[in-house]
Ligand binder design. Structure first.
Ligand code: IMP
Length: 210
């Protein structure tokens, strides 16, 4: 394995995500750096029209700047009754700086009078890996739930307090961090990516040292 392939850069500035990512990918035995730790600064335009396009745009842009294996994610909440809004605009819904109290209240209000069976929603996460040899790998993870009638729970972040898991009888803001990682869209996509990377980087190593 070339030195560049011993390091993976995760294209995020979010420390919470880095913690989760390091935990899930730790048995790959690679060094996992944030953009800051890798000394990379980039303001990347996420102008794709799907989670997949946005994740690939970010991963490729940082791979081109660094020459390293780069992972990036894009995630959000799809509410079926609202034609899958806020979707790729989840972070930007009602404005990037608007509090989630307000964003969550807005979604609850827009579903006023809508019965449980039509309140279906999912969190989606796509992870993209851009390899220096030009290969691009992607994985997708989802978690299905319904939009609740009020905010519940103090854990998690973003839309977690209104995302209700009927089979667990709680919102994702009421789960332990461990349980959320196990069930979450990001956890699922990351674990699938770990297997793809094991194969892709392992195969690259074998080609050089048959
Ligand atoms: P990004 O993937 O960092 O661009 O952000 C996606 C946005 O989707 C976040 O800012 C949240 O609004 C929302 N989101 C993604 N994953 C979760 C989650 O696990 N819980 C709550 N909100 C989430």
């Amino acid at each position: 394995m070339k030195d560049m392939e011993r390091r993976i850069i995760f294209a995020t500035g979010n420390e919470g995500k880095m913690k989760e990512i390091r935990l899930i990918l730790k048995d790959l035995g690679l060094e996992i750096l944030s953009m800051k730790e890798a000394g990379i600064q980039a303001d990347i335009q996420e102008d794709g029209s799907t989670f997949q396009e946005n994740a690939v745009i970010k991963a490729k842009a940082v791979m081109e700047l660094s020459g390293a294996v780069v992972l990036a994610d894009d995630s959000g909440l799809e509410v079926d009754y609202l034609n899958k809004e806020p979707g790729i605009y989840s972070a930007r819904y009602l404005g990037e700086d608007t509090s989630y109290r307000i964003k969550n209240k807005s979604l609850i209000d827009r579903l006023e009078g809508v019965p449980n069976e039509k309140r279906t929603a999912r969190f989606v996460c796509v992870i993209a890996a851009a390899l220096p040899d030009g290969r691009v790998l992607t994985t997708r993870g989802t978690v299905e739930g319904i939009i609740g009638y009020e905010e519940r729970g103090e854990g998690g972040f973003g839309y977690d307090p209104i995302f209700y898991l009927p089979e667990y009888g709680c919102s994702t803001a009421e789960l332990s961090m461990e349980m959320k990682n196990k069930l979450s869209h990001r956890g699922k996509a990351l674990r699938a990516m770990k297997e793809l990377l094991r194969e892709a980087l392992g195969a690259a190593k074998e080609e050089r040292n048959p």
